[in-house]
Design a protein around this ligand. Structure first.
Ligand code: C2E
Ligand code: CA
Ligand code: CA
Length: 716
């Protein structure tokens, strides 16, 4: 029945395939453009929108038009220009609406629905307007069910397309192209589905007639339109790809700029070696914390950490090893503190820690203890790596970052003086001392130039016969206002400030010059001992300097002896041994001073090229009937030293009882207030004439423990 009423129809399969391919390409372009329009900066967005709408609309339209051309009817058919153009416009308008929606930052349900409806209306009207353009008499009869179905396909297709374009935004890189292609295939199918459903809705009455004869060949027209639209779509895709590349490049550039900026910012706030905070960052954090605590109440602590013995370690093991130690120490401190605390490196082997949580004095002490332990552990097998730590608390000890750091620094110096390897809290009287120290350091510089640094001599005697065996040169500072300042006050200071080189140069020169003068006066001068600080012993220039002095004053090497301390010999071992060997070759003797106070093993003595051992006065002080084990220790030291061929000197002999013990135990020489304090060179000249203690110029002090010998003023 139907067959009689309506024209039979079929489709040209190549054109159907072509139309579907165009639909898929249009779908791909749609997703791509949606992406571009969304990503483009505001200024260019509308260009992308307009160009995109035209391309996409043309793509969809040509799909539809090719689909119509694919229809084979037994009559000839033409297309009216106006409805055809109108249908193209509608496709463009629907595309514009779709792309406009795709620019939105988010897609809520209402917009999604409204957008899908608008798009569907656009597509449906494009289709049916296009169909209306078919010049055919009588008109097409539509099957309502198929029409409704085609509208539904258009609606779901639009909804899916919109949803997909939003969903794909979140998808990254590689997966994106794949997913986009799949989505494009789906959209192409939806567009084509809509079209062919619409075509299925149309029925052409059997009496239909094409209105005009002739016209363009359908296949050629289809090819022309499809090529045009493919070219258009491809061009747009290419432009979009280029634009995307440009955008990625720009984004990469911006990202690398940001990374570089971040890097710069980081390095301007951190120490390069340890990656700890630097001074600048520390100051900022301190400022912030001060502000915070000032508002909220409470307190916080600042620790000043200075490594003990690092300089020696660095000099001996090399800078590489030194850096490694610093890094290990830095990590150990970082691990000890909490995340919002700040560990900063001030340079060299000095660190400052800001502990925001530490408030109570007991807490702060505990933290200082933990830091100290961590640092010692970080030292690993390094001999004797430890630290001196001073701390200050806000608000008690300072109101500004600078004041707090200075206070902690002063407390740290205190810890250094108290035998290192310890921690000390700040006390106000330290401020005065620090100022004192600063002034003293300045004045020492002047004193060195002005000849206010003077050498005193303390005699040494042989217990066996009481004859003079030598003297120790001990430096004094004749200060215009403060009187005579003893070395304990300024030697450590000179060591810290680097003035020790100059100071010891002055001492050496003045000792050599004095020996020359005594000789010239016809006096027999015994060996004079000169103290050397740790820093000097490892200085390779030292032996040369000594040589020049001996030559200049024309004195033989045996006239001099150097005293070095145990700790020097151990810590700066390699350099020290080098220096000692050169002294041995030159014929200058060396004594190991303050023996027993360090931690050297006795067996170590064997390896040192030295001639003498000075037993520290702390041992001598405890010699007596009440301390028999002390006598036993000294006795074994003396025996060992003698076995090694070393002479033994007992320091700090103050009483007759000590003198007796020292003599009994077999010491070779002795030195102490019982015989004489250190005296100026002129006074020492008289001792040179005397020879034995208690004779001539030498007056034994009646109450040697407290009073000075008659001739020696109370300097030493
Ligand atoms: P030291 O080398 O152990 O020198 C011995 C110190 O003990 C001297 O103190 C001396 O006056 C003191 N003394 C001597 N006999 C007795 C005694 O019976 N009882 C007591 N209680 N003390 C006694 P001084 O002169 O104050 O020197 C202190 C330290 O300063 C010296 O200790 C030495 O380490 C250092 N020193 C002195 N002169 C120089 C120098 O020219 N260069 C260097 N690097 N250090 C020096
Ligand atoms: Ca000494
Ligand atoms: Ca000593």
């Amino acid at each position: 029945m139907e067959a009689a009423v309506f024209l039979p129809r079929s489709y040209q399969p190549e054109l159907v395939l072509l139309s579907i391919a165009v639909a898929i390409l249009a779908g791909y372009a749609a997703l791509d453009l949606a992406d571009r329009v969304y990503a483009a900066q505001r200024r260019y967005a509308w260009i992308w929108l307009a160009a995109g709408a035209v391309t996409l609309g043309s793509g969809i339209w040509s799909m539809h038009f090719i689909g119509m051309l694919a229809l084979i009817l037994p009559i000839h058919m033409n297309y009216a220009p106006l409805p055809t153009a109108l249908s193209w416009l509608m496709a463009v308008a629907a595309s514009a609406a779709a792309l406009r929606l795709a620019c939105r930052p988010r897609l809520d349900h209402a917009t999604w629905l409204a957008g899908s409806v608008v798009m569907a209306i656009g597509i449906v009207s494009m289709h049916y307007t296009g169909m209306y353009g078919m010049e055919i008499e009588p008109g097409i009869v539509y099957r309502p069910v198929w029409v409704v179905f085609s509208v539904l396909v258009a609606l779901t297709g639009s909804a899916a397309a919109l949803g997909l374009s939003f969903a794909l935004r979140e998808v990254r890189a590689r997966l994106r192209t794949l997913k986009k292609s799949a989505a494009a295939a789906f959209m192409g199918a939806a567009i084509a589905g809509m079209h062919y459903a619409g075509m299925a809705a149309a029925q052409f009455p059997a009496a239909s007639q094409g209105l005009a004869a002739g016209g363009v060949d359908k296949t050629w027209l289809a090819l022309l339109i499809s090529s045009l639209s493919v070219v258009l779509l491809a061009a747009t895709l290419l432009a979009s790809a280029l634009d995307r590349r440009l955008e990625t490049q720009t984004a990469e550039l911006i990202a690398s700029l940001q990374a570089a900026n971040e890097q710069l910012r980081h390095s301007s706030y951190h120490d390069a070696l340890t990656d700890l905070a630097n001074r600048k960052l520390l100051d900022e954090r301190l400022d912030r914390e001060i502000g915070y605590v000032a508002r909220r109440g409470g307190g916080f602590a600042v620790f000043y950490v200075d490594l003990d013995g690092f300089k020696l370690l660095n000099d001996n093991l090399g800078h590489r090893a030194g850096d490694e130690v610093l890094e290990r120490v830095a990590n150990a401190m970082r691990d000890t503190m909490r995340d919002n605390d700040t560990v900063a490196r001030m340079g060299g082997d000095e660190f400052v820690v800001l502990a925001v949580g530490a408030d109570g004095m007991a807490d702060i002490d505990t933290l200082a203890h933990r830091l100290l332990m961590a640092i010692r552990q970080a030292g690993g097998t390094m001999p004797g790596l430890s630290a001196s730590i001073g701390w200050a608390r806000f608000p008690d000890h300072g109101a500004s970052p600078q004041a707090l750091i200075t206070a902690a620094d002063r407390a740290m110096y205190h810890a250094k003086h108290n035998g290192k390897n310890s921690y000390v809290g700040y006390r106000p009287e330290m401020a005065r001392r620090a100022e004192d120290e600063f002034n003293l350091q300045r004045e020492l510089g002047q004193a060195l130039g002005a000849g206010d640094i003077v050498v005193y001599y303390q005699p040494k005697y042989r217990p066996a016969d009481g004859t003079l065996s030598g003297a120790e040169a001990l430096v004094r500072w004749h200060h215009a206002e403060r009187g005579v300042i003893t070395p304990d006050r300024f030697i450590p200071l000179a060591e810290r400030s680097g003035q020790i080189d100059e100071l010891e140069g002055v001492v050496l020169d003045s000792v050599c010059a004095q020996i020359r003068r005594w000789r010239d006066a016809g006096l027999a001068v015994p060996q004079i001992s000169v103290n050397l600080s740790a820093a000097r012993v490892s200085d390779p220039r030292l032996p040369g300097l000594v040589r020049r002095h001996l030559d200049r004053y024309g004195i033989e090497p045996r006239s001099l002896m150097f005293e070095i301390t145990e700790s020097v010999a151990i810590k700066g071992m390699l350099e020290a041994i080098n220096t000692l060997k050169r002294f041995a070759r030159m014929g200058v003797d060396v004594a190991l001073d303050d023996f027993g106070t360090g931690h050297s093993s006795l067996s170590y003595l064997e390896k040192l090229p030295i001639q003498q051992l000075k037993i520290d006065r702390s041992f001598v002080r405890e010699l007596g009937a009440s301390m028999p084990q002390q006598a036993a220790i000294v006795s074994s030291i003396v025996t060992l030293a003698h076995n090694l061929g070393l002479g033994v000197v007992a320091e700090g002999v103050e009483t007759e009882e000590q003198l007796r013990y020292v003599t009994e135990l077999g010491c070779d020489e002795m030195q102490g207030y019982l015989f004489s304090r250190a005296v100026p060179a002129e006074d020492f000249s008289r001792l040179l004439v005397g020879g034995r203690y208690g004779e001539r110029g030498v007056s034994r002090s009646p109450d040697a423990g407290r009073a000075a010998p008659a001739q020696a003023p109370e300097y030493g």
